[in-house]
Write a protein that binds this ligand. Sequence first.
Ligand SMILES: [Cu+2]
Length: 150
Amino acid sequence: MSLSPRALASCGAAIMTAALTVAIALAQTPPQTPSPAGAAAYIINLKDGDTVASPFKVQFGLTGMGVAPAGVSAEGTGHHHLIIDTRLSDDEMKRPIPADAQHVHFGRGQTEAMVTLPPGRHTLQLVLGDMSHVPHNPPVMSPVVTVTVR
Ligand SMILES: [Cu+2]
């Protein structure tokens, strides 16, 4: 089988275009960091159904991995994020976690926080993020805990 020079050139251009598309996609989305088997995050001091007075303390538990500040590259580590009254979608699980009142970053490596919420029912979930705030693969996250603020 032989290809004409024109066919080869057009094929090369297609490969270049494909490579460029992949490069752009990689630049926009930091790759997910793998998490070790068995790693788990959990809220230490609150259980589903608890009633609390605001502000209240939330203690962040992590097994099978270590806590490191954001921006620090160290294998098997991450920093905590408290997700309040929302969940990360499958798509959001692959991107840097947003930073707002419902997605609180603990990028200095904190392992507890005082949380202020209005009276009513609220959901809390921990999601570990890597040095670039992207959840690991598979994600290291706590069960959702629903609390009532009185
Ligand atoms: Cu973060």
